[in-house]
Design a protein around this ligand. Structure first.
Ligand code: SF4
Ligand code: FES
Length: 304
């Protein structure tokens, strides 16, 4: 009876997996696809015979493969994913070559003895939702770019401070202060697997090594990005650790402060912590005294 019940349950499982509209993919420890249901066939366009036995690279864009496999090996080794059951929107490849975005959640699969035997992914098409959101964001940016400087400044002078953001992965927490960022895009260009404004969350600290994330944050010129190491008492970044301060004028852009300084508002209240800050020198910012990238909008040209 027990066996019969077990077989019945297995059959029900098989039917559910076959019928579910979402794509279900099971890959072994090496990332070789072992299960590819009907939903996966519909979503990616590859039928099961084209997918099973092949690497997950089949559906991973080339530019994302290094970050993917770093995260995959880490998850297999630790027996858990950094998403902890949550989902994320990411790019994927389809057989037709059409641009595809999927909303996907991952889980580690273990056998009866508790050993990791691979990972599963459940995915659904998020292309339309993603592109709509992206176009809405682009419209918002376009509107702010076409606003006259004075209007922009007046508006943001009364705007409330934006809340700090925090993103954690094993070994590191990345903090982001949107009130300091001037959209230099250094982080986006240096480590796109971790910093990607077209994705939610836009910071995925686990998508690269802790060292790579730290090295990228060290390059953030505004001090908007900082990090906290897990279990490491000394939290100072390289520039925070130097003695003295330096001010450097960037070409056609802000004054960049680095090192030990105290930045106070007119009332003497400290408004930036030591480390880094980017101060406006074009006069166009809506976030005084910090640069907000208005120098680009108004075509500010610095004198040599
Ligand atoms: S200022 Fe820092 S956080 Fe903002 S885009 Fe540049 S590197 Fe990224
Ligand atoms: S220098 Fe960047 S807004 Fe003025």
């Amino acid at each position: 009876m027990a066996d019969h019940g077990g077989n019945e349950i297995e059959n029900v499982y098989r039917d559910v997996l076959a019928a579910m509209p979402e794509a279900l993919i099971l890959a072994d420890r090496e990332g070789i696809i072992r299960i590819w249901n009907h939903g996966a066939e519909s979503l990616f366009g590859f039928d099961a015979t084209e997918a099973i036995g092949h690497s997950l690279d089949l559906i991973i864009p080339e530019a994302m493969r290094d970050a993917h496999w770093n995260g995959y090996r880490r998850a297999i080794a630790h027996g858990e994913t950094r998403h902890k059951g949550g989902s994320m929107i990411t790019r994927a490849l389809s057989k037709s070559g059409e641009r595809l975005y999927i909303d996907v959640s991952f889980a580690i699969v273990k056998n009866g003895a508790g050993e990791v035997i691979g990972s599963s992914a459940v995915a659904r098409d998020a292309t339309e939702r993603y592109l709509k959101e992206k176009s809405r964001q682009q419209e918002t940016v376009a509107q702010s770019v076409t606003q006259p400087v004075t209007q922009s400044a007046a508006k943001s002078a009364t705007a409330p401070k934006k809340p700090l953001q925090s993103y954690s992965a094993t070994g590191i927490t990345v903090n982001f202060d949107p009130n300091l960022c001037y959209h230099s895009a250094v982080c986006l260009k240096t480590l796109p697997a971790v910093f990607d404004v077209h994705r939610r969350p836009w910071v995925l600290p686990g998508a690269a090594s802790v060292e790579e994330v730290m090295a990228t944050i060290e390059k953030c010129p505004s001090g908007a990005l900082t990090y906290l190491r897990e279990g490491v008492a000394e939290q100072k970044t390289t520039v925070e650790a130097v003695t003295g301060a330096a001010i450097q004028a960037s070409r056609n852009g802000p004054l960049l402060l680095q090192g030990q300084f105290t930045l106070q508002d007119e009332g003497g209240t400290e408004i930036a912590t030591p480390g880094r800050a980017a101060l406006c020198r074009c006069g166009g910012t809506g976030n005084q005294p910090f640069c907000d990238n208005s120098h680009q909008r108004i075509g500010f040209k610095s004198q040599k």
